[in-house]
Design a protein around this ligand. Structure first.
Ligand code: NCD
Ligand code: ZN
Length: 362
């Protein structure tokens, strides 16, 4: 091959029309319960082999018995023929005991515990009021190798909402990492460049999940032409330079970043309300969005690591065996999903997206 030919190839790389990857997992999913669970589970189950299920139900999932019962309800709600595997989590409160945590982990009921600072987000009012006080729980988790999943936002009402993640990292996360040198930590839904750097600096035992929406919207999107309640989630989207840093982190090939969609459905009536609930329902368009971002960043060859390898390795899970095909094929996305007498608005719903989900081979 001549030098000119080599340059030509580099200048106009052939863009793949489809990619086939190992089946992916979603390490951060809100499936809710009852009619909502029935309505949203099929979307997650169509895209992901496994999902780490968030425990912020009302009341929260704080015991082995409650997690086990919730897992059964998820199994019962799976669409016909689905092999989707829910991986349960325990909601940490001020009253959580090390023995309960260890029992659920050893019995294979839950894979991790979720730390919500009290009042930080939807259904977080039973969350932890004083993180250092849970030291005995974290010590046990260190010992048994069980990860803690952290919603990293300060709950101090005096802290500006766009600074809450940064303040939490300095005041709570870094001290926690110092106090518990062996604790495995997942910083959930990373939204700032600085948080991504903190994850990198602790990558031997820390990881970060990145949502699809934080890769495509910034804080200005929330106010584009008027107030956009369906783009409001916590942590709230930040400035454009943070969005660009997240795209870099996700597509970099670094093993400490992986999928956590934070798909968080709320009824239209709760979103289009005087006080809008936080949460974006991204479950129906997650892979289409992620793969589009990797394509735009010229990183399709790194998508499988982010989607299907890094998270499983961090959690110590076997890699999925099957495959999924993602195709460069335009398709219209449904606008909303019916639930009871209302509906849930789909993230990027009503748009035509450039990538589609193709064949899944278990
Ligand atoms: C989540 C929810 O609705 O449960 N909301 C959100 O904005 N992400 C809770 C959470 O993960 O913060
Ligand atoms: Zn969440």
């Amino acid at each position: 091959m001549s030098v000119t030919e080599m340059f030509d190839r580099a200048a106009t790389p052939k863009r793949a029309d489809s990619i086939t990857i190992r089946r992916p997992d979603d390490f951060h999913v809100h499936l809710r319960d009852g009619a909502m669970l029935q309505a949203v589970l099929p979307f997650t189950a169509a895209q992901f082999a496994r999902g780490v299920i968030m425990p912020n139900l009302v009341p929260p999932v704080t015991t082995v018995a409650a997690a086990s019962a919730y897992r059964e309800r998820i199994f019962a709600a799976r669409p016909e023929g689905s092999d989707f595997q829910p991986l349960m989590t325990c909601y940490l409160t001020d009253a959580t005991t090390p023995d309960e945590i260890e029992k659920g982990f050893k019995d294979g009921v839950w894979v991790a515990a979720k730390l919500y600072p009290a009042g930080a987000t939807t259904n977080a009012h039973y969350g932890v009021t004083d993180i250092p006080n849970l030291a005995p729980v974290f010590e046990r988790m260190e010992k048994i190798g069980m990860p803690v999943l952290i919603h990293g936002e300060s709950t101090d009402p005096a802290v500006d909402i766009f600074d809450r993640e940064a303040v939490f990292m300095e005041q709570s996360l870094l001290p926690l990492l110092r106090r518990h040198a062996g604790l495995k930590v997942v910083v959930e839904h990373v939204t700032t460049a600085e948080t991504a750097d903190i994850v990198r600096a602790h990558a031997t035992r820390a990881a970060g999940t990145i949502t699809p929406h934080h890769l495509v919207i910034n804080r200005t999107s929330l106010f584009q032409g008027g107030l956009r309640p369906h783009l409001y989630c916590l942590p709230v989207a930040k400035r454009e330079h943070h969005r660009l840093a997240l795209r870099k982190a996700a597509t970099s090939g670094e093993t400490c970043f992986f999928i956590g969609t934070d798909t968080a459905p709320h009824r239209r009536t709760a979103k289009e309300a005087e006080c809008c609930s936080a949460g974006v329902f991204g479950g129906a368009t997650a892979l289409q969005t992620y793969v589009q971002v990797f394509d735009e960043e010229n990183a399709l060859d790194r998508f499988e690591a982010f989607a299907s390898v890094n998270g499983a390795r961090f959690y110590g899970l076997e890699l999925n065996r099957g495959t999924i095909v993602l195709e460069r094929r335009e398709a219209p996305i449904l606008a909303a999903v019916a639930v009871d007498d209302t509906e849930v608005v789909v993230f990027r719903g009503g748009e035509t997206l450039p990538w589609s989900v193709g064949k899944v081979s278990p």
